[in-house]
Design a binder for this molecule. Structure first.
Ligand code: AP5
Length: 226
């Protein structure tokens, strides 16, 4: 993490964070809140990929079948997409990576790009994950995330932020959810040990409500800001 003084202002703190956890742990929900609090953009691989699929870009056409089946897209393509995204001007004071890296190969490529300050590992038990996955509703336009019970929009089925009709994600079908959990266990969970060895990861209790988890994440981030 870098701090540099700005004339007549408090020092700017550059933070590069990774929000990590199994499918439906609450990464996107928390990343949106943290992004607002700290003024750094959320860079969510899943959202970027879904946008490519919706727009039928070259990347979208290549990754559609991976998303539909819950498999991970090719490292090379994902790394290139993230490299391009974090080089945009809004990332100058840092960013919050949500859903990246997801393999050891991606983590090694990320290291070549930059040094992350902290990996926040949201830990949630399986029953709560399943409950969160089943009730999720998402905005296809602005990527806001809701839950039919735990985080309801003001008007049922309508996004508070942009007024679009909320949807259930295609990959939230039962069989695909099962596959996403399996893929997490096999390909993504080894990153916990990888970052543990580097002393860069903090486990965050992901149980309880959204605000309770947010409070724990903020407390963890504050430890590296002081
Ligand atoms: P992605 O979109 O990243 O999916 P994911 O990791 O499975 O994560 P989710 O979006 O399902 O969950 P989340 O942890 O963000 O939880 P959320 O906040 O929504 O990736 C999708 C696909 O893209 C992958 O399967 C893969 O194909 C591809 N892909 C993505 N990244 C890739 C990469 N790096 N490499 C290769 N391929 C990649 O919360 C879930 C629900 O719970 C919501 O309804 C929310 O309201 C609710 N909720 C959240 N917190 C709480 C709480 N504390 N209490 C109660 N409810 C809560």
């Amino acid at each position: 993490m870098n701090k540099y003084p700005v004339k007549d202002a408090s020092p700017v703190i550059i933070m590069k964070l990774v929000i990590f956890g199994p499918p439906s742990a609450g990464k996107g929900t928390q990343a949106q809140k943290l992004s607002k609090k700290y003024g750094i953009p959320q860079v969510a691989t899943g959202d970027l990929l879904r946008e490519h699929v919706a727009k039928k870009t070259q990347i979208g056409i290549k990754v559609k079948s991976y998303l539909d089946s819950g498999r991970l897209g090719p490292d090379e393509l994902i790394v290139q997409m993230i490299g391009e995204r974090v080089s945009r001007p809004d990332c100058i004071n840092g960013y919050l990576l949500d859903g990246f890296p997801r393999t050891i190969g991606q983590a090694q490529e990320l290291e070549k790009m930059t040094d992350v300050d902290l990996v926040l590992n949201i830990v949630v038990d399986f029953e709560a994950l399943a409950e969160r996955a089943v009730g999720r509703r998402s905005c296809p336009k602005c990527a806001a995330v809701y839950h039919i019970e735990f985080n309801t929009p003001k008007v049922q089925g309508i996004c508070d932020k942009c007024g679009s009709k909320l949807i259930q994600r295609d990959d939230d079908k039962e069989e695909t959810v099962r596959n996403r959990f399996r893929v997490f266990k096999e390909q993504t969970a080894p990153l916990i040990e990888y970052y543990r060895k580097k002393g860069k990861i903090l486990d965050i209790d992901g149980s309880g409500g959204i605000d309770a988890v947010f409070g724990r994440l903020v407390a963890a981030i504050e430890t590296i800001r002081t």
